[in-house]
Design a protein around this ligand. Structure first.
Ligand code: ADP
Ligand code: ASP
Ligand code: MG
Length: 401
């Protein structure tokens, strides 16, 4: 079998842990598998590099940031390859460019356009274990790019697709996908299997265990994706196509996202095209917007509210301030969070949203915004009640162990 493994920051967070990964890869190799191993930077490394740049300016050039941040993953790729060679294996470390990953030109948030797998295939044919630095590629101009935070998951899935690998296994410090973040609710249960769509919602709603773009790509390419732990030999969770019996479960998971902020725009000129203008400008800056609510317009003006990631709020503010002629007032609130319940079973069952609202009401938690889709209900509440609400919902839908 050809397997793609990906080891995240915690799994390669020290030399001992890199040694542990080398032993695991070595074991898979001795079982007879061909292997491509994608690695993240050592935990904390990417944040440290960002701080280094911010020592000089709050707005460093994005091209230089990519040059800087891509170095973290190169360090671990080289060290893991060296560790494997020391164990007597034939291994080779590659950067994103060497692995043939070509992206578009949007620095720090690039999209993978193509992968030329020839170099990886040749190395595999020569019996080598291929180690690839995650989170990076190269654009048409030959400059290094990075794929957005958590982007090594995306590197792994894209490589699995380009090589038609038998499976892509993402290793972290948890042994799979749980009904909610086990750090918030110790009663959370590990799921054996979850659909791409549910996982995509959970990832997009803030469960950082898998990067959302990686799940989207795995779904598109129908890749057998596993979430496993690098610290145990437990089975992990399979992320796969939806099957009929999955709908029997009403809610598969509860997600808390504390990295949220709300923007409220008051007395926005109520004219055609204004929303398009505001949100196009935000999109151009790669600011993801969620939970948009527009009130009924009165006297030619309306109110508009939406949420953004807290760490993108400053950039969002700048964009919005450029609309001062059309917006009469604006508020920004960082003391909010988003709690969501996700499940494909909602498609065929009524009353899921109502149950979520009553659960929060029973603890006197005020719901400030609501958004729903076929398979999720999201609620914005005061940040201080986030963890309590997560545990209450987890219990209400029968997810506690
Ligand atoms: P890595 O650094 O290996 O990429 P991450 O830190 O990105 O790993 O993801 C693993 C973390 O995701 C876990 O430590 C866990 O706290 C968190 N997490 C959030 N939601 C969930 C969930 N539903 N199931 C499992 N882990 C979750
Ligand atoms: N090192 C990058 C980050 O911290 C990419 C990754 O770990 O997937 O976001
Ligand atoms: Mg991650």
């Amino acid at each position: 079998m050809l397997l793609v493994h990906k080891y995240g920051g915690t799994s390669v967070g020290s030399l001992e842990r890199i040694e542990n990964v080398a032993s695991r890869v070595s074991k898979a190799r001795e079982e007879g598998h061909d292997l491509v191993v994608v690695v993240s930077a050592m935990s904390g490394e990417t944040n440290k590099l960002i701080e280094y740049a911010h020592h000089f300016t709050p707005n460093p050039a994005k091209q230089e940031m990519d040059m800087l941040l891509s170095s973290g993953e190169r360090v671990t790729a080289a060290l893991l390859s060296i560790a494997l060679q020391a164990k007597g294996h034939d291994a080779v470390a590659m950067t994103g460019r060497q692995a043939g990953i070509v992206t578009d030109t949007s620095h720090t948030y690039a999209r993978i356009e193509t992968i030329d797998p020839t170099a990886m295939q040749n190395a595999i044919k020569q019996g080598k274990i291929v180690i690839v630095a995650g989170f990076q590629g190269v654009n048409k101009e030959g400059n290094v790019t990075t794929l957005g935070r958590g982007g090594s998951d995306l590197s792994a899935v894209a490589i699995a697709g380009a090589l038609s690998a038998d499976a892509c296994e993402i290793y972290s410090d948890v042994d799979g996908i749980y009904t909610t973040d086990p750090r918030i609710e110790p009663k959370a249960k590990k799921l054996d299997i979850i659909s791409y769509d549910e996982m995509l919602e959970m990832a997009s709603l803030g469960a950082k265990v898998l990067q959302n773009r990686s799940v989207e790509l795995a779904k598109k390419l129908n890749i057998k994706l596993y979430a496993k732990s690098s610290f145990s030999d437990n089975n992990g969770t399979l992320i796969t196509k939806e099957s009929a019996n999955m709908e029997e479960v009403l809610v598969s998971g509860v997600v808390l996202d504390k990295n949220q902020a709300r923007v409220t725009l008051r007395n926005v000129s109520d004219k055609p095209g204004i929303a398009a203008e505001i949100f196009t400008k935000l999109a151009k800056e790669n600011i993801n917007v969620d939970m948009i609510i527009q009130n009924v317009g009165i006297d030619g003006a309306t109110h508009l509210g939406f949420t953004v990631a807290q760490n993108e709020l400053e950039r969002a503010k700048k964009v919005i301030e450029s609309f001062d002629h059309d917006i009469k007032g604006m508020d920004f609130d960082e003391n909010i969070c988003k709690v969501s319940v996700v499940g494909v079973g909602m498609r065929s069952h009524a009353g899921v949203a109502a149950q979520a609202f009553s659960t929060l009401a029973s603890s006197n938690i005020n719901i400030e915004m609501i958004a729903t889709s076929e398979i999720k209900v999201s609620m914005v509440i005061n940040e201080k009640y986030g963890e309590l609400a997560t545990r209450m919902l987890h219990e209400a839908y029968g997810l506690d162990n």
